[in-house]
Design a protein around this ligand. Structure first.
Ligand SMILES: [Zn+2]
Length: 106
């Protein structure tokens, strides 16, 4: 881990940042890289096989929390995980992820 001030990513982002990163996300959706990601047909979080058209673009660190629309922060996500991530608090989401990763599932 580089000695970066990670705290900065967890401050609420300003409106300019959100606007800029959402525009970048739209561009990224049109890229060959993203089409490749969709073509894998798999949710980054739960690992389920999903139809490419059922996958959504998801920011690991949400844009509103300072996340960027970069290849390192953007993943494919199934609808189930997408809605979980929206409605859970970050700490609850972390627990959900931990359950998914435990051998044998939930
Ligand atoms: Zn999923």
């Amino acid at each position: 881990m580089p000695p970066e001030p990670y705290d900065q990513y967890f401050e609420a982002a300003d409106a300019d940042h959100v606007k800029r990163e959402k525009a970048k996300a739209r561009e990224l959706r049109l890229s060959a890289w993203w089409k490749n990601q969709l073509g894998r047909g798999q949710c980054h979080y739960c690992g389920q096989r999903v139809q490419p058209q059922a996958l959504t673009m998801e920011h690991i660190v949400p844009v509103v929390r300072g996340g960027r629309s970069t290849k390192g922060n953007v993943v494919t996500c199934c609808k189930a995980c997408n809605s979980q991530k929206k409605y859970l608090l970050p700490v609850e989401w972390a627990e959900y992820m931990e359950r998914l990763r435990r051998p044998g599932g939930a």
